[in-house]
Design a binder for this molecule. Sequence first.
Ligand code: SF4
Length: 71
Amino acid sequence: MKIKVERPKCISCGSCAAVCPQYFEMEESGLAHLKDSKKDADGNEELEVKDPVCAKDASEVCPVQIIKISD
Ligand code: SF4
């Protein structure tokens, strides 16, 4: 499964890192960072995982809905 974050749209609320520190952390820049992910030219991040676990919770709590889980 894949976790994707449209990082340029992050409003730095910190909710993803609070509910899912396994995958998310807040950078000094204030933006969320998906740990060990690949970043594309637009600044979006993507990570392949076997089990998204708490990333689903992060997806639900993100106020701007920029965390997507897909097959
Ligand atoms: S929950 Fe969404 S808006 Fe808030 S820090 Fe995480 S990615 Fe950014």
